[in-house]
Write a protein that binds this ligand. Structure first.
Ligand code: AHM
Ligand code: MG
Length: 337
């Protein structure tokens, strides 16, 4: 911790080191992994800040495995985080939104790594060209295959309840890194003047009840009947003036979730006639956000079950997703029943 003019600054690395002492048998591997993600996030942040000034916005001319046009920044962020995780020595393989299959790190150092990471290197990337907030999301697990061997697909298909850590970075009006290792949620804001993520949001707790609902209502006609009814419920006046709720939708999961986490609210991406399983990917979008939601006292569901209890069948499996204030998520489940 640095003390400056009576201000105490706790950097991300200070905090990670302090927290490591809470686990007497920890050897610092997870701490090192988290710190590598933090450093890579600063590099990506620098590039995002320059979007528009340098030739980095726009399409890269390639299509990823989801059939989506890759943005240049998607490709850049994917490479920076992949390189950081590979060189950390703690990570033996990754799964990313941008690749069909998992990437197995085969060098000697990485093979010994204890962790695998699934990530969406740049979430909400269709927003980049228009100066709207985007994010990066990470889900960290202990490997199942023995250390020293190459990791396999099954290492990446563990249910979300097995996550040891989840992280998101939001590149917004300021840049923040929010993470959990299963012991609460803490948020760090990047201070550009010193180039450090500094603890700004300790022990984040989300309100149990909120007033914001976040959904792409343009898809209304395609939604299941329960969601249509829920939207009407959000818009109705009630006796205690809790409703109508406020509608807020950026179209960037990290940003929409982050606002609701702090203010109280719910994010919805339902199944719909065009996308029977919704749009969001269970392994690297829903699971890490669900872990953070629960650790902050919120909830996350696919409409019927807890997200973290679902065993993924494939890397890019999609799932309907409802996450945020606990009571709001449970009310949506009731509407869907
Ligand atoms: P991406 O990973 O390709 O950026 O897509 C995921 C994004 C989420 O951030 C966001 O919640 C959702 O897609 C928005 O989708 P839509 O434009 O259908 O509302
Ligand atoms: Mg995404």
């Amino acid at each position: 911790m640095i003390v400056m003019n009576s201000y105490k600054i706790t950097t991300l690395n200070d905090f990670i080191t302090l927290r490591q002492k809470d686990f007497p048998y920890a050897k610092g591997e997870l701490s090192s992994l988290l710190s590598h993600i933090g450093t890579a996030a600063k590099i990506v942040n620098k590039k995002i800040n320059k979007a528009g000034l340098v030739d980095i916005i726009g399409k890269a001319g390639m299509v990823n495995i989801q059939g989506e046009n890759q943005q240049k920044l998607d490709v850049f962020a994917d490479k920076v985080f992949t390189d950081a995780l590979r060189s950390s020595g703690e990570c033996c393989g990754i799964a990313t939104e941008e690749n069909q299959n998992e990437i197995v790190f085969s060098d000697k150092l990485a093979k010994k790594g204890k962790y695998i990471v699934s990530m969406d290197p740049l979430d909400g990337s269709s927003n980049i060209d228009y100066n709207v907030s985007v994010g990066s999301i990470f889900s960290i697990y202990r490997r199942i295959t023995p250390r020293g061997k190459s990791v396999k697909n099954e290492d990446f298909l563990q249910p979300g309840s097995q996550q040891v850590a989840a992280v998101y970075v939001i590149y917004g009006s300021s840049t923040m890194l929010v993470y959990t290792t299963g012991n609460g949620v803490n948020g760090f804001t990047l201070d550009p003047s010193i180039g450090e993520f500094c603890l700004s949001h300790p022990s984040i707790k989300t309100p149990e009840e909120g007033k914001i609902y976040s959904i792409n209502e343009g898809n209304y006609i395609y939604f299941p009947a329960g969601i249509k009814k829920y939207i009407k419920y959000c818009q109705e006046k009630d006796d205690n003036s809790a409703r109508p709720y406020t509608s807020r939708y950026i179209g960037s999961l990290v940003s929409d979730f982050h606002r609701n986490l702090l203010m109280g609210g719910v994010f919805l991406y339902p199944s719909n006639d065009k996308m029977p399983q919704g749009k969001l990917r269970l392994v690297y979008e829903c699971n890490p956000i669900a872990f953070i939601a629960e650790q902050a006292g919120g909830a996350a569901s696919d409409g019927m079950s807890r997200i973290l209890d679902i065993s993924p069948g494939s890397l890019h499996q999609r799932s309907p997703f409802y996450a945020g204030s606990k009571n709001m998520v449970h009310r949506i489940e009731e509407f869907l029943r």
